[in-house]
Structures are given as C-alpha cells and as structure tokens.
Design a protein around this ligand. Sequence first.
Ligand code: ATR
Length: 276
Amino acid sequence: MADDLYAVVGNPISHSKSPRIHSLFATQTGEPVEYIAIQAPLDDFAGTVGAFFDRGGKGLNVTVPFKEQAWALAGRRTERAENAGAANTLYRDENGTLVADNTDGVGLVRDLTVNQGVTLNGRRILVLGAGGAVRGVLGPLLAEAPATLVIANRTVARAEALVALFAPNAGATRMSACGFAEAAGPFDVIINGTSASLQGDLPPLPANVIGSGSVSYDMMYALGTTTVFNRWAGEQGAARTLDGLGMLVEQAAEAFRVWRGVRPETGPVMDTLRRD
Ligand code: ATR
C-alpha cells in the first residue's frame, strides 16, 4: 500500500525544511508517511488545499503567507488555533470537516523549556513584535505563567491590541505593551518575533533589556551562523542565545503527533539538520 501523503503548502516553498524533517520523523518512527512541498498560487490557496485532500492527502502544514487563510478556511479550529488567529496544521476529521490547528506556540515553549531547560514560570519575558508570528505563540507562553510578559513593537498600537486580546488568558501574569525604546529591563527571556532580521534589521532596544542571566531566543534561525538579533544579544552580555531551529522541529513534531498519534524524538533530528 502507498504511504499516507502529507505536505507543506506555502509560496515560496522551495527553501522549506519541513519535507526533510518529516521524512526523518517517518524513518525514525516507522510510520508510513510521504511528505512533499507544494507551492500554492498566491490567489488560490483554497483550491490547492481542496485538491490535496480530494486526492486522498491526509494532512497539511501551512506556512507564509497562508496561515491566516488556513485558519479562515477551516470548518473547525482547535482552541490554540482559535487563539492564534492562524493555522499551521490542517487535516480532515472523520466527518470530512477541515480542522485547523496551530503547533507553533507549543513548539516554541517546548524548545525553550524541555530542550533548553529554560524556566518561563514566574520569569520576566519580553516579546518583540506584534504580528502573526507573535500572536501564534502568546497563548502557550502565557500558559507557563510568567510573572511579566511585555510586548514591544515598532507600532505600539498593534502590541496594545494583542495585550487586550490575550487579557482573558493572562491569569496572574502582568501583561503590557510598549515601543522598543521603552522596554525596561533586564528580562530573563527575550524572544524576537519580528521579521526585522529578514531585512538584516535590529529592533532599536535599550542595551539594558539584556542582563547577565538573560536568554535571547530568535524565532528565526540561520544554519551555520548566528542571527543578527542573537549576535546583538550576545554582545550585550546575554547568558545564552538560541535560534528558532528547535521551534521549527518541535512544531513539526507536534503536527506529526496530531496526525499520527506518535510523537517523534526531536533531538536526533535537530542534530541532523545542524549537520546537513
Ligand atoms: P509575521 O507573520 O512574521 O508576524 P507580520 O504580521 O507582518 O508578519 O508582522 C511582522 C512584525 O515584525 C511586526 O511586529 C512588525 O512591526 P510593525 O507591527 O510595526 O509593522 C515587525 N517588523 C517588521 N520589520 C521590522 C523592522 N525593520 N524593525 C522592527 N520591526 C519590524
């Protein structure tokens, strides 16, 4: 029998590491999974998704720029997808309903807490950015019950809107919004969720957001080198600088678990990707 078919959909898609990651998961777990990359036309994401499932496809990962469309297209959404306002994982349930899930936030939190041993509970967290990437991770970050979560963004109004949106999830965490220059450190964990590094830019933060015990985490990753943001954080004296490769592998592992009911081991896959 043919393997079950999965894919990642985006535009562009040729750079995607997801086929490599999921094929390593399939080999490791022995699950009969074939995983391909599909470039959807910018104006026909819905048609691409429909055609994939109609030909028997079992599940999709969704990446830039279609995560919000994936969320909107679904007939049902998990709570974490609902909170995120975006979906990176799609499948059809037993009734044929398209279900949207989002595994990005748990991927980030799992990489930080399990792989890297970073405590978030009771800590001071600074999140940079207020776009879709940040919205996708706020629910799982708040679930760790940090003492403080500050969202700093170039456009402060977007950070304020996220604080208002997630107020019901905040529990005892003090949440606030500010511009980059107003971020008052030091913070225990500083997470860069802006797309600034794509342009080689650095959010203009005061140096004192970084203390000698700070951990910086760039949701971007750069194989074989250090991201601009992490280089800056290291220069300011951060204790550790981490990039988003672990988050990428963890969000994939959680999607694999959602689809297959089996959680792959991520450590060996990260090692392989760093060696590739
Ligand atoms: P994504 O899905 O990657 O989050 P997005 O919704 O367009 O994409 O959000 C991009 C984020 O990066 C925003 O927080 C954006 O700041 P604004 O809300 O002010 O636009 C931030 N960003 C993009 N380029 C940046 C730059 N050069 N410097 C600082 N922040 C930047």
